[in-house]
Design a protein around this ligand. Structure first.
Ligand code: ADP
Ligand code: MG
Length: 707
């Protein structure tokens, strides 16, 4: 049994969580800290020394040698610098272990090497990390030993956000304030706090590490830049929810156990649509913790894969032609006393508070569809959104039959008098249990779908932080709540005002509701008729961050200043240009140094065999045909290669960031495609043994033989 764990025993064992704090901290200190965590009260700095000391003692008991302020700069990944607990040696040559309150609450990493988007000049190198006590510290074990990780926010000397956490915490404050106002209007006097609940479903691919290491494209860019489709893709639909192969199962077991110990609620695991693709979902948590935990999940998936001889690909589109990876972001609003504001109850037609909440969300998403779209934009997701596997780049809302029916009743007559209910499910088999269906079916093609008591934003990229999408959701809904509360608080008759508001906003924003097939061409046309934006690429999406509408929104709720938004725009353009530049250079390198030489060698051998056959009087018809085909593609590849080199140099020379990003998108990307096509065609013509790197079949079906 030694290989089997008791989850309830190990869960959270490496987390400085509530029970550890209650046990270790003096009562008064514990109570004060709880107030900060639960009610957002300012933390008294004089308590920090006591907390730091106890945290250190606890961590050392766990074997920790170092601590780190763990933060989320705008690089897309987390950052950390380790400091050991040791102090300067004493006269007897021994050291003490120390960790002060100051070290707990404030860190000072050199900020000049992190993206700031012009918020600071390089000489202004100061940046601060500040302890986020609302996300618990934890000890992480790896080859470096045991490290006490302290989640922190990262900002500049002037307090400008340089990270993903600061705006998220600000947006959580905004939605808390406005949601409480709304609850109070409807008679709730008990709830003290409202937090967004977030459950992200993480998709990923696993490939053999040795094969991974033979592909420069995977190493440098996380995706394949070349590769012909294998004979089998995902068309049989046998991988989705299929039996998990033992090699993968062993991997998942270790991932789960490590996550549980760090307090991450790994819950669901299954095979995904594409071969070699899988998913892991935790149980939802407060947005802030969910974002941190998602980073821990991504790190753990990657690290454990290495230990199992595999590599975990988090890229949105590692393989052309098969499903890419995303991250469904489930979102709702929960009070500290357990009320889910997105729960419609059994009778949504009678639930006025829910109708107001829903009307606000429709208004928010319709008004700021461009911002939501932007929050899911990254270079990898450009390959996915709008392709036949992920929601289109058009934002719409799926409500399901029940809520859509309520919406229509209200739009038509001002009120609703019934809610559709789920019918009994009939399978025609007497031994199967009877149960009632949900009132609503699901729609997998919608980018923003109501799923019972939460919305599921399905556009988010698999590799991205989920902070951005949640910052947008929290802030746009806070704005709509504020507007609704301003109207309702000033009204003489609350109920009448609420009914009026619901009908007005349902009517005005009905255009964002779409229950049909989001993958169809008709929807693209229909959406255009409705005036909904269809923002196809990251480069097109970025400017939505700095429209007057966006600046007003984010400034009003203290989530971003205009300068912070401008800095993010710059960072995003730059990072887009850098990503495509690396991809283009990788393709040039691979074509020049690997593919073209291998093909030349192969064609030379083929030509020699043609000569030899002719010499003995055999007509080498097939050989000649293949040689001619290869020669044609080789020429095409060589020309495309030269063009890509020229165009990439031209891109590097563009000086303004927006222009440069656009140049990469409009000019470099098509030149990359033009190089890929002939190389992939040659892969299909050549002897597999002479192809210089693992193919799609090798990468995607590596564990097929394993059961
Ligand atoms: P699905 O609805 O996609 O089939 P689940 O119901 O299991 O799958 O939920 C997927 C994710 O949504 C999980 O992370 C789950 O914890 C989360 N989730 C469930 N309820 C809520 C909620 N009220 N708010 C936010 N996330 C939620
Ligand atoms: Mg889902």
């Amino acid at each position: 049994m030694s290989d089997y764990v008791n989850v309830s025993e190990i869960f959270g064992e490496n987390v400085f969580n509530d029970s550890v704090m209650r046990e270790r901290l003096p009562k008064k200190v514990y109570a004060e800290l709880k107030k900060t965590i639960e009610e957002g009260k300012d933390l008294d700095p004089s308590l920090a020394d006591v907390i730091a000391h106890e945290m250190k003692e606890w961590a050392i008991d766990k074997g920790a040698t170092h601590y780190t302020h763990w933060f989320q700069p705008m690089t897309g990944v987390t950052a950390e610098k380790h400091d050991s607990f040791i102090t300067a040696p004493m006269p007897n040559g021994k050291v003490l272990m120390s960790f002060s309150g100051k070290e707990l609450i404030k860190g000072e990493p050199d900020a000049s090497s992190f993206p700031s988007g012009g918020l600071r000049a390089t000489f202004e190198a100061r940046g601060y990390t500040a302890w986020d006590c609302t996300s618990p510290a934890f000890v992480r074990y790896d080859a470096a030993g045991a490290i006490l990780c302290i989640p922190t926010a990262f900002c500049s000397y002037k307090g400008e956000a340089l990270d993903q956490k600061t705006p998220l915490l600000r947006s959580m404050q905004a939605i808390n304030t406005q949601a409480l106002r709304l609850l109070r209007l409807f008679g709730n006097t008990t709830s003290k706090r409202v937090t967004p609940s977030v459950g992200p479903e993480q998709e990923y691919f696993l490939v053999d590490k040795h094969k991974f290491l033979q592909r420069e494209d995977l190493i440098f860019t996380g995706r394949t830049l070349f590769g012909a489709m294998p004979p089998k893709g995902q068309e049989l639909e046998d991988h989705y929810f299929g039996t998990i192969r033992q090699k993968i199962a062993g991997y998942m077991k270790q991932v789960n156990e490590e996550l549980w110990k760090m307090g991450v609620t790994a819950k669901t695991q299954h095979n995904e649509v594409a071969p070699a693709q899988h998913e892991l979902a935790p149980i939802y948590a407060e947005a802030n913790v969910a974002v941190d935990h998602n980073h821990i999940i991504m790190q753990t998936l990657k690290r454990v894969a290495c230990q199992h001889g595999m590599h975990c690909l988090l890229h949105e589109k590692p393989f052309a032609g098969v499903n890419g990876s995303g991250k469904h972001n489930n979102w709702s609003l929960t009070t500290d006393d357990g009320i889910n504001m997105l729960n419609p109850g059994r009778n949504p037609h009678k639930n006025l508070q829910f109708q107001v909440v829903l009307a606000c969300i429709l208004k928010a998403v319709d008004t700021h569809a461009d911002l939501l779209r932007e929050s899911a934009a990254d270079p990898g997701n450009d390959h996915r959104l709008g392709a036949n596997e992920a929601p289109p780049a058009i934002i719409s809302i799926y409500l399901g039959e029940q809520l859509e029916d309520v919406l229509h009743q209200i739009i038509e007559s001002g009120s609703a008098n019934h809610s559709l209910t789920g019918e009994p499910l009939s399978t025609g088999v007497s031994t199967l249990p009877d149960f009632r269906k949900d009132a609503t079916d699901r729609n997998r093609t919608s980018p923003f779908a109501f799923t019972g008591n939460k919305f599921e934003f399905r556009m988010v990229g698999s590799k991205d932080s989920i902070s951005g999408p949640n910052v947008v959701l929290n802030t746009i809904v806070a704005e709509a709540f504020k507007e609704a509360c301003d109207i309702m608080e000033g009204a003489e008759d609350l109920e009448m005002a609420a009914h009026g508001l619901v009908r007005k906003w349902f009517t005005e924003h009905e255009r964002i509701v779409f229950n049909g097939n989001g993958y169809s061409d008709e929807w693209v046309e229909e959406a255009a008729r409705r005036g909904l934006p269809n923002i196809r690429s990251m480069v097109e999406a970025i400017p939505s961050l700095v429209t007057d509408k966006a600046v007003k929104l984010f400034e009003e709720f203290g989530v971003f200043t205009k300068a912070e938004l401008e800095s993010r725009v710059e960072i995003k353009y730059e990072s887009y240009a850098k990503v495509i530049n690396i991809e283009a250079k990788t393709m040039i390198d691979m074509a020049k140094k690997t593919f073209i030489p291998a093909i030349m060698k192969y064609t030379t051998t083929l030509a020699q065999s043609i000569t030899s056959l002719k010499a003995v009087g055999v007509e080498p018809e097939v050989q000649t045909e293949i040689l001619n085909q290869l020669a044609g593609h080789l020429k095409e590849a060589q020309n495309a290669l030269k063009k890509l080199e020229v165009i990439t140099d031209a891109a590097i020379a563009v000086t303004d960031v927006a222009g440069q990003a656009k140049f990469y998108h409009d000019k470099v990307m098509p030149a990359m495609e033009a190089l890929r096509a002939p190389i992939d065609a040659m892969e299909m013509l050549m002897d597999k043994r002479d192809w210089p790197m693992p193919t799609y079949s090798d990468l995607l079906f590596e564990v097929e033989g394993d059961f």
